[in-house]
Unconditional design. Structure first.
Length: 540
């Protein structure tokens, strides 16, 4: 995670924001307290007690004296949260006699130890935003103010992120340009968040793996294009509606009827991805938790909006089981896929609902749920005040170019998403597809049965292939693990077969590949090529 600097005034909310950043690191947290309680100051003791009560009991607390080095010792595998820098500097100066007979060596000691803060694997430093008032009259206060300003500037120069907290609102400060001056106007480049796998990794998708002429086992869209009944509906919409602005009322009413909802509980979107991108702007979470491995656009959207993100990694060794206790209690937004790509694990509805907490919104991405016969774990029909369900018809109807999705949830939350959605974001053809799909439930059920047959065929063939690990799933793809993923990937590409490398999914590595199930003939060709690739990669 590197160094994060949080600055703000008294009662601005800077400490609470810093605590969310530390929790999002995914590491055990060492809290370095800089203001010791005193029997002579009950008001300060009460402040400290309030901070202690707010922190998780699992956090380690260390009181900092004059030596930050001692407070940081042994914290290589922890996230260090120092709160706050100004109080620590004041204590050092006080004990050095800054407000009486002063030891000049304290200044150099303070600045040297401040530099050491940036060398920890993960550090969050809270500092007071001071110096905007009159210059103090006494030399001790002036020294404290100058030293705090120098320390904050030095840390900001080394920090991976600098957040200014004002009235509870967090402002991400831009990186300084050459000469130390931040640009005014135009584009502002923020420093990268090193907790992410990188923007390119989060925005990588299977369609980029497919070249013209490749056998496509990388994209999770059914082969063959839209069914005939949908083609007829799209042709009619092109004739009747293309010359007008999109009107989503008919599609909204149809989706509401399909899921036994009211129309104000439905929001059509330009694919499921748009619904996920509306979350940070519409809900404004303080700390989001993304359950991985899963579709990474939700995390990309949150990070693009400056929202701290905690990654909750499901373990392949446990069959990607969901552990609600692994989600930070402070998270006020949790995003989870069901079934999730790339593993396809279907989590029971009860396990998902165990993620609910007071003050938290649970978002369940069910983009692949319509490929599961009977949709046994769906939350789409539930009317819970804190649950949003995101759906997509892109995969089942083979219309990725139209972007047809929607969100379901309580009216208050749906309205917050609608308020930040661009006007006419769902085109007339996508709306016609949503409307037509709701009128063809039997055809959708037949598509789901086809998907399960294709996946079962692929699973059966994989089970007979040595050197391949698989996991049970419910969608139209299989996640596998092989010893040398890049070699297998290259060998398949040489045979004009595209599969999805899964290393860009948090929690997985280069040995993981996602294979989209197709018909028996296509699956047979894929498995023959994979078997040959593994034979080439096997040691002699």
């Amino acid at each position: 995670m590197g160094l994060s600097l949080v600055i703000g005034g008294t009662r601005s909310g800077k400490s609470a924001h810093a605590e969310r950043l530390a929790a999002a690191s995914g590491l055990p947290v060492r809290y370095v307290a800089t203001a010791p309680a005193s029997d002579d100051d009950p008001e300060m003791a009460a402040r400290i007690a309030a901070h202690v009560a707010r922190r998780p009991a699992s956090w380690q607390t260390v009181e900092a004296g004059d030596s930050l080095t001692e407070a940081l010792a042994g914290a290589e595998e922890q996230c260090v949260l120092l709160d706050g820098l100004g109080a620590w500097i004041a204590g050092v100066l006080h004990r050095a006699g800054a407000f009486g007979a002063f030891d000049d060596g304290a200044v150099a000691s303070v600045l040297g130890q401040v530099e050491a803060l940036a060398s920890a694997r993960c550090t969050v430093v809270v500092a007071e935003q001071a110096g905007e008032g009159l210059l103090p009259l006494d030399p001790g206060s002036r020294l404290w103010l100058d030293l705090l300003g120098d320390a904050v500037r030095r840390l900001a120069g080394r920090a991976d992120r600098v957040d200014l907290v004002v009235a509870g609102r967090v402002l991400a400060l831009p990186e300084a340009a050459a000469g130390g001056v931040a640009p005014v106007g135009g584009a502002i480049r923020l420093k990268p968040d090193k907790t992410a796998a990188g923007e390119a990794s989060l925005r990588h998708h299977g369609d980029t793996e497919v070249r013209p002429g490749d056998a496509d086992h990388a994209v999770n869209v059914l082969a063959g294009g839209p069914p005939e009944w949908l083609r007829d509906a799209l042709a009619a919409a092109l004739d009747d509606q293309a010359e007008r602005y999109p009107d989503e009322r008919a599609a909204t009413a149809a989706l509401a009827a399909r899921h036994d909802r009211d129309p104000d509980e439905v929001l059509p979107t330009s694919g499921a991805a748009e619904a996920l991108w509306l979350l940070p702007a519409g809900l404004r979470p303080r700390l989001a938790a993304c359950v991985h491995p899963a579709f990474t656009e939700s995390e990309a959207a949150l990070r693009a909006h400056g929202v701290p993100v905690a990654r909750v990694l499901r373990d392949p060794a446990s069959g990607f089981a969901l552990d609600p206790a692994a989600v930070p209690e402070q998270a006020d937004l949790v995003v989870v896929g069901n079934p999730a790509s790339p593993d396809g694990t279907l989590v029971p509805a009860g396990a998902l609902l165990a993620l609910r907490r007071p003050g938290r919104v649970l978002v369940v991405d069910e983009a692949f749920m319509d490929l599961v016969p009977g949709e046994p774990a769906t939350l789409a029909g539930g009317r819970l005040p804190d649950v949003i369900v995101v759906r997509s018809l892109t995969k089942a109807l083979a219309i990725p170019g139209l972007r047809a999705g929607y969100a379901l949830g309580p009216p208050a939350l749906i309205e917050r998403l609608r308020a930040v959605r661009p006007p006419w974001s769902v085109n007339a053809l996508a709306l016609a597809a949503l409307d037509a799909a709701c009128a063809h439930p039997h055809e959708l059920a037949a598509i789901a049965e086809r998907v399960q047959a294709e996946r079962a065929d692929l699973e059966r063939r994989l089970a007979a292939l040595p050197g391949v690990r698989t996991w049970p799933g419910a969608a139209n793809f299989c996640l596998i693990e092989v010893d040398d993923g890049p070699a297998a990937l290259a060998a398949l590409r040489a045979q004009r077969i595209a599969v999805r490398p899964a290393a860009s999914f948090p929690g997985l590595h280069r040995g993981h590949l996602r294979l989209t199930a197709r018909g028996p003939a296509e699956n047979e060709r894929l498995l023959d090529a994979l078997a040959a690739a593994l034979a080439l990669a096997a040691p002699a």
